[in-house]
Design a protein around this ligand. Structure first.
Ligand SMILES: Nc1ncnc2c1ncn2[C@@H]1O[C@H](COP(=O)(O)OP(=O)(O)OP(=O)(O)O)[C@@H](O)[C@H]1O
Length: 313
């Protein structure tokens, strides 16, 4: 373990894709992932999340900086690290012609595990992934959620200390997402450290103990979801929508309501500690919105405050 006691530690971690044109995908980031936590990289498409994950997964070499994983240098000790890592890439790489069980078997053989060891683990993994009754089904016959759960089960065949998940629930319906979250909670309880990327703020809030908010290849803020919300935004937000042709005029009239106003293309956000009071103030100023909503601030608001943009564009 390194001096910070972290399971993964990065200092000035950089990835430059050689051009032309040369592209700095990750521009010198620092972070520490602690044992047993769920650590998330939250950011929009192109922020550099997958590139960072590929460097942690030892599949893409860094261009600069330091990266220590499980006490080893990512460039020097790739094989040692990979033996203790599980990785769930953004796109499933299952063999769709083969059965559920065969996919796990092949993956286990890749790690050099004996067949009887894999068989024994497969029982537990399928139970964990709620796929026991699909054991002999071909992957092509599984739903998206089942495939994701199989990919996760497969990635656990080497009993990793650290599991990397790149956008684990993208493309899944709400029910499948919730089941996956619940399974990931279970893994964390069992002591597996999770590192995941997401552009869903609800996922980040639900799953992650700590987050690094990324934008343009940099970490713009980090902390627990609650810390980020307390540090960067007010407790409540008043959201007002107007007919598009009155939007600008309304923004002018709303100026000064609450502590800060964000003007989005389709709505105004008034950040305030007291949403109801802000709504009353809007009424006194003669604002007549189509809809008005008072809600608690979330990570989306943090991202907007830090970057001036919404998370999902
Ligand atoms: N192999 C590559 N060669 C050149 N540029 C790349 C390569 N892979 C990624 N990039 C660029 O690096 C930047 C970061 O990409 P990355 O995939 O890490 O972002 P991301 O935050 O994971 O977004 P997404 O959710 O779309 O995967 C993007 O501008 C992307 O176009």
């Amino acid at each position: 373990m390194n001096h910070t006691g972290a399971l993964v530690s990065a200092r000035g971690l950089t990835k430059i894709y050689e051009g032309p044109p040369e592209h700095v995908a990750v521009g010198g980031i620092d972070f520490d992932v602690r044992r047993g936590e769920a650590f998330g990289f939250l950011g929009p498409n192109g922020a550099g999340k997958s590139t960072t994950m590929r460097m942690i997964g030892c599949v893409s070499p860094r261009s600069g900086g330091e990266l220590t994983i499980l006490g080893h240098d990512a460039a020097r000790d790739r094989r040692t690290i990979k033996a203790r890592l599980g990785s769930v890439p953004q796109d499933d790489t299952l063999d769709t012609e083969l059965t559920v069980e065969e996919n796990i078997l092949i993956y286990g053989r890749y790690f050099g595990l004996r067949r009887d060891v894999i068989r024994e683990r497969t029982d537990r993994l399928l139970e964990f992934a709620r796929l026991t009754d699909k054991r002999a089904s071909r992957v092509q016959d599984l739903s998206g959620g089942m495939r994701r759960r199989l990919t996760i089960a497969r990635s656990l065949v080497n009993e990793p200390d650290l599991l990397l998940l790149d956008e684990p629930t993208t493309g899944l319906d709400p029910q499948a997402r919730h089941l996956l979250w619940e399974r990931l909670f279970r893994l964390k309880q069992d002591g597996v450290t999770l590192i995941l990327t997401t552009h869903y703020m609800d996922e980040a809030e639900q799953l992650c103990d700590r987050l690094a908010v990324m934008d343009g290849g940099r970490i713009v803020a980090h902390g627990s979801p609650r810390e980020l919300i307390e540090r960067y935004v007010t407790r409540e937000v008043l959201e007002l929508r107007f007919p598009l042709d009155r939007h600008e005029q309304a923004a002018e009239k709303a100026r000064g309501i609450g502590e800060r106003i964000e003007v989005l293309p389709d709505r105004l956000l008034c950040y305030t500690s007291d949403g109801e009071a802000a709504l009353e103030e809007a009424g006194r100023r003669g604002l007549d919105p189509l809809t008005a909503l008072v809600r608690r601030s979330g990570l989306e608001d943090v991202f907007l405050t830090l970057t001036g943009r919404t998370l999902i564009e």
